[in-house]
Design a protein around this ligand. Sequence first.
Ligand code: GLA
Length: 413
Amino acid sequence: MRKTLLAIACALAMTAGSQAQKFDGLAMTPPMGWNSWNTFACDISEKTVKDMADLFVELGLDKCGYEYIVIDDGWMLKQRDKDGNLVPDPAKFPDGMKAVSDYVHSKGLKFGIYNCAGSETCGGYPGGRGHEYQDARLYASFGVDYLKYDWCNTGKMYAPEAYKTMRDALYTAGRPIVFSLCEWGDNQPWEWGAEIGHLWRTTGDIYCCYDCEYVVHKGQPDQWSAWGVWPILRMRKDIRKYAGPGHWNDPDMLEVGNCMSVAEDRSHFALWALSAAPLMLGNDLRKASKETIELIKNTEVIAVDQDKLGIQGYEYRMQDSVSIWVKPLEDDEWAIGFINTSMTEKDINFDFKQHVITDDLSGKSLDATKNEYILRDLFLHQNLKATTKKPVVAKIASHDILMLKATIKPAKK
Ligand code: GLA
């Protein structure tokens, strides 16, 4: 009897040991990089990708934490080859994908690619369904470090299992790859995604606008909506508890530099940082304005996003069209954003002493009745003249943000 029990225990241990899982230790802070989709859709090329990698280094984006260069949909031929392998489109990628990946790696960056759990990608290219293990080996052979996996043409597939199959395939292929689930929040990926991937989309696609809904295929059976910065964040307000180091809520890639005003871009970028969201740039860096570059290189705002605790921030309150967001940070610091969502300038007069802010999720509080906090403007890169002993009085332009960091003032010796 004892022998039988031992044999069972041993067999169980062996199965557990060989079981595929997600690659741990990746994306311990929200991933940062660039993705081709928001600007180029399927119209991408080796030249574009290499140009972005060059610019990451020339502009010093790599030094700010951006590391992944991700090629989205449209990189392959419409048919697999006779052995069932995906084939990079030679017209777009004449040197093949390994050469592009090598180039990206030679710049000290990481390389990402896209496919889809269904039979076809959203752009109509071959999807991964039924080819997961073969594709995972191919991606590993390309030197892929990040895989975005979409959800088009999935029919009745069951999302948690579909993504788990690809997770297992990636793990079996043996190359550590950040796995980005692009399932649009349809099947609550925040509830099951943490053991499968490193980030999951929470909504449908972002649309380049501050506050709008863009209806695609209106009136057709396949009608869907893309959303501006505000609706995307508001749509999923109660899922912050699911995010943390190694597993992030992803409200989609950035539209910074693509159509909005400087103030709107500023709010967009800061809100993503306050949300501990992945910071995947989606603009053409070759055409980026001075203001855009300055914004995406704002290391003080980036530090809010990349804070080691990985606590997703939240809207503390909305007052006279000014939305106040807070995010607890390491060392009892807090980031605070005052976002003017209205069309006119707003005056704010906010007394931290009247607002003891307690985050039920982390148990942390910003309590200016107990501590005096130094307040730093993360866009002006300077401390406010007054600490929390005095109310914050400021004017905020339409759609702009005042973003502060509160740090406990050290006691005098
Ligand atoms: C979906 C995704 C987008 C993009 C496209 C590609 O819409 O949500 O982010 O990857 O597919 O076709």
